[in-house]
Design a protein around this ligand. Structure first.
Ligand code: EPZ
Length: 438
């Protein structure tokens, strides 16, 4: 599918104010979690668990949801499972009362691999689930071994064959103590979703600590779940017989915020970000400060000023939260491409996340990327060129580079960018960028 393209005239300072949208990586698991509302689990002894629907209790109102293709894909999955969904601006209302689907279609799984987070929610609601193995993606194979191993520890029977996962909930252990070999965000979310409803205590050690995990926990707790330890490496989930829907507001998108900080930095501009949560962004903010930007967080705002030339930074290492987030790595690579000095980036999370490098080189960047390490020798000028987005954040990095380049850049495959940014051209044009979609 030939998606639209972005035409960017570089060299304009970014100056003004942008309100950041709700987080993509939080709204996806929260939408999956709405499935858990409105069913009552009763333990009927050896007959296993009976699940009875409790009608009205299945309605959730989710505020601050961004208009992203990934969010729309998640809503299509919910509809395919029998949920009723309505959207009013950034508020999405989900009624899961009549949802009894247990299959996520192949098409929907391939459209968005993070649909795997529906597995725990569907199992929690109806006790069985069939979905195709999520494909790898541009970032690498994206295995789900930790998800499956943990669900098996929770009594789920999983057979894999011909690319299909066939899962059936069994009798849950009264208590499970699961240690993840790495703090996987998705695996932590799937375990939280599956163990929220039902009986039994689940402990997750080496759990992911990302703010999106705490946001999912916040939603589930408001629905009646018993969860503690969110934001730390040890999560404890005490299963409850039933969750009711609730009204909840999604946390701000820290990666979108960092992207716009990158745009201000590379154009030597000034930007006020509102509707953000600085507490989620210390590792990002410190890298921009190290580059020589003035970064002033306060309340739900961050003010960034880049009046001085951007200087190279010491090594940037991507790490699980609270370390520097891998999703911001391509953005920072773009900004450092036009800086004074040489910087090193070490990508520790994904195998193949330097997809922006070859495209940035077409714009005159001097980047050597090999394995997990990229060496960026800052250049004085980047030049507009026709470039291609290969994945969501690499695409966003090209937009940032194009804003700081001389001349015109045409970015194709913009559908990747639309997965994680609500009309990026509107946001950036509102603060001085000359950027339009064709
Ligand atoms: C989430 O992906 C985010 N996606 C990603 O954002 C983000 O980059 C990533 O977390 C890390 O922060 C969503 O939340 C929808 P992981 P996820 O499981 O859950 C390996 C973006 O741009 N792993 O923490 O898939 C895996 O291969 C996207 O918004 C296993 O080996 O991330 C990777 O190397 C991109 N086995 C590492 O762990 C498993 O079972 C981190 O993966 C699971 C993961």
């Amino acid at each position: 599918m030939e998606s639209s393209r972005l035409l960017v005239e570089g060299g304009r300072k970014i100056e003004g104010e942008i309100r950041v949208h709700g987080a993509k990586n939080s709204v996806l698991p929260i939408l999956a979690a709405t499935l858990l509302c409105g069913i009552r689990h009763t333990n009927s002894g050896n007959a296993g668990i009976s699940r009875t629907r409790t009608g009205e209790a299945g309605i959730s109102v989710i505020h601050n949801t961004a208009s992203l293709s990934d969010a729309f894909a998640a809503m299509r999955i919910l509809r395919s499972l029998g949920c009723e969904i309505s959207r009013e601006g950034s508020t999405v209302t989900v009624c899961s009362a009549n949802a009894e689907g247990d299959i996520v279609s192949d098409g929907l799984m391939h459209e968005m691999r993070s649909s795997i987070v529906f597995l725990g929610a569907i199992l929690g609601r109806v006790g069985r689930c069939r979905l195709s193995f999520p494909g790898g993606c541009e970032l690498g194979p994206r295995p789900i071994d930790l998800h499956l191993e943990a669900l098996r520890r929770l009594g789920v029977k999983i057979t894999e064959g011909h690319g299909i996962l066939d899962c059936t909930a069994g009798v849950r252990p009264l208590s499970a103590d699961i240690t993840l070999s790495l703090p996987s965000v998705g695996a932590t979310e799937n375990i939280m979703l599956y163990s929220a409803v039902g009986s039994g205590e689940t402990v997750i050690r080496n759990a992911a600590r990302e703010p999106e995990i705490s946001d999912l926990a916040g939603y589930l707790i408001k629905c009646g779940a018993k969860i503690s330890g969110q934001g730390t490496s040890t999560l404890v989930i005490d299963g409850v017989p039933e969750l009711h829907g609730c009204e909840y507001s999604v946390m701000p998108d820290r990666i979108e915020a960092a992207t716009y900080m990158g745009a201000a930095a590379i154009t030597r501009g000034e930007l006020m970000l509102t509707g953000v949560r600085p507490a989620d962004m210390y590792s990002c903010m410190s890298v921009f400060s190290e580059m020589g930007c003035g970064v002033y967080p306060y309340d739900d705002k961050i003010f960034i000023s880049a009046r001085k030339p951007i200087s190279a930074v010491r090594t940037v290492r991507t790490m699980p939260y609270p370390g520097f987030p891998t999703d911001c790595q391509p953005i920072v690579m773009a900004v450092l491409s036009k800086s004074q000095g040489t910087s090193v980036i070490v990508e520790n999370i994904f195998e193949n996340r330097f997809m922006a490098a070859p495209e940035l080189r077409r714009m005159g960047a001097n980047i050597k990327a090999e394995g997990k390490v990229a060496v960026i020798e800052g250049v004085k000028t980047l030049y507009g060129a026709p470039v291609r987005a290969h994945d969501l954040r690499a695409g966003a990095a090209l937009v940032v580079a194009a804003l700081g380049a001389e001349g015109q850049t045409e970015i194709s495959n913009v559908h990747y960018i639309d997965r994680g940014y609500e009309s990026i051209e509107t946001a950036l044009s509102s603060v001085g960028a000359d950027l339009r979609r064709i």
